[in-house]
Design a protein around this ligand. Structure first.
Ligand code: GLU
Ligand code: MG
Length: 437
């Protein structure tokens, strides 16, 4: 049948959705210059398609300019056509970044961090997801059999990731029912989030290609484990040398890394509405799910919001090059651009304020009373999206990190998302998120 290849120019938006418009591949060069038209109110389309209250109404026009560095061709080398997509920046027609462009928001956060420290951020998103409607038998957690169930998925995905310029790291059967995890090697700057957005699309595309459906929902079943996103971070200096590790620093962190983590944890209860932005995110962020429930640092502790990851003496990679920490209070309902932007701003704020590196906790914080927690400087993270949004919107330091009007748009968007779920049972809410993510 006759056909002409199309490239989808896309954006990862406030809803954590990838939306876009396709153009002929023949026009790629022209489109890299001219972009495609975009509509401001699109940003208020929630993950459930209902349009939240929009300050833009039917007015205004924007332009989405693709960045060729993110161009992906997912070619399966079978009879089905390749998938082509490219991420970009949303600009006003005058050429300035649009206030709700998530990629531009991340670029601004990274510029702030780089200007402050002279360092570059290196990082990678570790993703969990599950395959829907598979019903593999029980007893599959971390097993070889569970891996073999989805070997084709894993191998196809690995090939597509590599061709897309990502460096595949691992693919494994996770603990949850039909749950898998995929990791890639770190990259630098805005590419960290580009790669996360690309990886999610490639997981969806690969699953669909194999007549399956993948879901990144933060929580499929309140009785089960969640699908987390763990954002690994470390720093590089201007010469490209690792700049996070100090053998004499607290838990091996150098001064700037300790301050960065202190800032992330200080502002965590106010950025959670960005990093874990769904209603079900808050059931995932409860104790004993290996996610995050308190604003604590952990040394290799999988229940900490920020965890210092292990290094291994048997690796061929030097310890200071392996050394990194991960942010665990994130999920895939968040645009990777926004989640990383919020973390980078909070971390840079910690450096601005010269905060001290916190000590890592080594116990189960859920056993402490509120008084004990408070006296040690910890707090239980917000337990609903509404509470998290209230914290986010009411701190002038935090709202200042984002462009004018962004916070108002974000809060209205999330209110629209919550309103859609009104009257639904917990099971129905989980099902709605499983469907949409
Ligand atoms: N599934 C857990 C989460 O929701 C993470 C498990 C792990 O440590 O890999 O974050
Ligand atoms: Mg995992």
């Amino acid at each position: 049948m006759i056909r002409e290849a199309l490239v989808l120019a896309c954006t990862s938006d406030i809803a954590g959705k990838v939306r876009g418009k396709a153009f002929s591949e023949q026009d790629l060069d022209k489109r890299l210059q001219r972009g495609i038209g975009w509509t401001p109110t699109n940003v208020q389309i929630t993950c459930f398609d209902a349009i939240a209250d929009s300050p833009f109404g039917a007015l205004g026009d924007l332009v989405l300019i693709p960045d060729p560095a993110t161009l992906v061709t997912a070619e399966f080398e079978d009879e089905k056509p390749a998938e082509r997509f490219v991420f970009g920046d949303i600009l006003q027609t005058s050429g300035e970044a649009w206030q709700c462009c998530t990629r531009s928001i991340l670029k601004a956060a990274l510029a702030r961090f780089e200007a402050k420290t002279g360092l570059q951020l290196l990082g990678a998103f570790e993703h969990e997801f599950h395959l829907k409607g598979v019903s593999a038998p029980h007893g599959r957690a971390y097993t070889a059999a569970g891996f073999r169930d989805q070997r084709e998925m894993g191998e196809t995905l690995t090939a597509l990731l590599r061709r897309a310029g990502l460096e595949p790291d691992t693919f494994m059967k996770e603990y949850g029912v039909d749950q898998y995890e995929v990791t890639v090697s770190p990259s630098q700057g805005v590419t960290i989030a580009d790669q996360a957005a690309i990886l999610r699309e490639l997981v969806y595309i690969t699953a669909e290609h194999l007549d399956q459906r993948a879901s990144f929902t933060p929580l499929r079943d309140p009785a089960g484990v969640g699908n987390g996103v763990h954002i690994h971070m470390s720093f590089r200096d201007a010469e490209g040398n690792a700049a996070t590790y100090d053998p004499n620093g607290t838990h091996g962190l150098n001064r700037v890394a300790g301050q960065f983590i202190a800032g992330v944890l200080k502002y965590l209860d106010r950025i959670l509405a960005i990093t874990a932005p769904s209603v079900v995110s808050y059931t995932r962020l409860t104790p004993h799910r290996w996610s995050a429930a308190y604003n604590n640092l952990g040394f290799r502790d999988r229940e900490a919001s920020v965890r210092i990851c292990p290094t291994s003496d048997v690796s061929d990679i030097a310890k200071r090059d392996q050394f990194n920490f991960e942010f665990r209070a994130a999920d895939s309902a968040a645009s990777p651009y926004l989640a990383l932007a919020a973390i980078v701003h909070a971390g840079t704020q910690g450096i601005d304020e010269g905060l001290d590196c916190p000590a890592a906790t080594e116990e189960d914080l859920s056993l402490l009373s509120t008084e004990e927690l408070t006296s040690r400087g910890y707090l239980r993270l917000p337990q609903t999206l509404e509470a998290a949004l209230e914290n986010f919107g009411s701190d002038p330091i935090v709202t200042e990190w984002f462009p004018d009007d962004f916070v108002d748009v974000y809060l209205r968007h999330k209110k629209g998302e919550i309103a859609f779920l009104e009257g639904k049972t917990e099971a129905e809410i989980c099902a709605a998120y499983e469907e949409t993510y």
